[in-house]
Design a protein around this ligand. Structure first.
Ligand SMILES: [Zn+2]
Length: 256
């Protein structure tokens, strides 16, 4: 299987997707360098050796441009995202462009074929920076859906899914990006909705709720401040009262 990885370099021109910086330190476990994509790509470091991920497949042309949904800044889109390991003429990658060298790539990893060795299944969202193509600098970084108390290289459950306890939405506020899984079909495709303008009109409910919570917090803060001012004033008046009374007593004593 090491041969397959080397084939990726020599025949396909694909780079390593693990960290050279960590690999050079000679970690106790060779997989510790796999901090960018964990065990989810043949060009990373893992014992499992799955297939080449969507990024590599788009690069070498195994996924042709007509099977990629491309979304430009400000655009929205929806795709029936088919499993990466499936032989299909359908869509197998979504590219969401940020600028000339960076974008997000979305892929569907189901436990079939080479991908049956993966630790989990579902939709992967990765951040890509093409300027980091060579030298183990991490051109592809998986956005972990479920960061756990594990080392980053293990990336056991980074996928988005539909179902109880699963995360079905990737949100990146820096780019106003929302990748939502709307459903899963009987052939294991995910219906993926992409918005690059934050919450759209059809999704106003969560935004309204968030706004209402903020408004409630402001009202509560005003009430607390007003109450403490009132209490402080009362205390001051009381103190002043005592002060005057004792002065008066003092004065009357002197007068006697
Ligand atoms: Zn290599």
């Amino acid at each position: 299987m090491v041969y397959a990885h080397e084939f990726g370099h020599i025949a396909l021109g694909l780079p390593d997707l693990y960290s050279y910086q960590i690999a050079y330190k000679g970690p106790a476990d060779w997989r510790e360098a796999a901090v960018y994509v964990g065990p989810w790509d043949l060009m990373s470091r893992s014992n499992e050796r799955p297939q080449i991920g969507a990024w590599g497949k788009v690069h070498v042309g195994w996924i042709s441009p007509n099977r990629v949904l491309e979304i430009l800044p400000g655009q929205e889109g929806r795709a029936n995202l088919e499993p990466l390991e499936k032989s299909t003429s359908g869509t197998q990658a979504i590219l969401i462009y940020l600028n000339s060298s960076t974008y997000f790539i979305v892929e569907n990893r189901e436990p079939i074929g080479h991908d049956s060795v993966l630790p989990d299944e579902g939709v992967l969202v990765s951040y890509v920076d093409e300027s980091k193509y060579w030298h183990g600098n991490g051109p592809v970084v998986i956005q972990d859906a479920n960061p756990e108390n594990l080392s980053r290289w293990q990336l056991s459950h980074p996928t988005f899914k539909i179902g109880p306890g699963a995360k079905s939405e990737y949100v990146n506020q820096t780019y106003n990006l929302i990748v939502s899984l709307l459903g899963k079909t009987s052939d294991n495709s995910y219906i993926v909705d992409v918005s690059t303008q934050g919450r759209t009109k059809t999704q106003t409910q969560p935004f309204a709720t968030q706004y209402q919570v903020q408004l409630l917090l402001v009202v509560m803060a005003v009430v607390v401040v007003a109450a403490s001012i009132t209490i402080a004033n009362r205390k001051r008046k009381k103190r002043q009262g005592y002060g005057c009374a004792s002065l008066v007593r003092e004065g009357t004593r002197k007068l006697r």
